[in-house]
Ligand binder design. Sequence first.
Ligand code: HEC
Length: 183
Amino acid sequence: MKARASVLLLAVAVWSQEPTPRQRATSAITDLGRVLQQLLSEEMKQGGYAGAVKSCAENAQVATEEFSRERGLEIRRVSLKYRNPKDAPDEWETQHLKAWARQAEAGEAAAPVEETVTENGRRFLRVLKPITLQAVCLGCHGPANQIGADVREALNAHYPRDKATGYKVGELRGAFSAVVPLP
Ligand code: HEC
């Protein structure tokens, strides 16, 4: 009886604790990943790959910005070979994305990066988590022979400077990048 009560107390104590900045960043990354995956699968059900390109062009940034606002932190996706110029990495992100690319050449897998940085006198926790390419992504990010003519046409219409094709399964596509203000 006594043991049960203390387990309950412990559970309440853990539950009522404020999440740490690190927990806020990592759960935001997991949850945004789910939000975007859900969005993509609904769009593909309705409009196939080409239709999904069109709705992604309209919705992916909006959904990401809304999610950021809701969580009270900055989160987005970035890539050295970005499709949307808004996903171009900043200096800190570029440095780590390039380090991961060098590791990949050496056969090493990319591991998430966490760093406390000071910008304009304020401290932030920055977290960068790798995104790798899966088979389902090939129709929109794969080599030219894997991308349908209608998909290519939709990509050209929305992203005339698209850099985000030619990927193979397992390759590093980019990263989730989260920035949490520290007290
Ligand atoms: C139906 C086509 C389609 C599929 C399938 C698709 N993507 Fe994309 N992807 C896009 C479009 C369109 C954008 C640009 C969205 C925007 O404007 O913000 C994009 C952007 C991205 C970005 C942000 C960086 C950038 O290039 O702008 C990442 C990372 C990404 N995709 C990863 C993936 C991964 C991983 C998969 C598979 C799980 C995948 N995508 C499947 C169409 C697709």
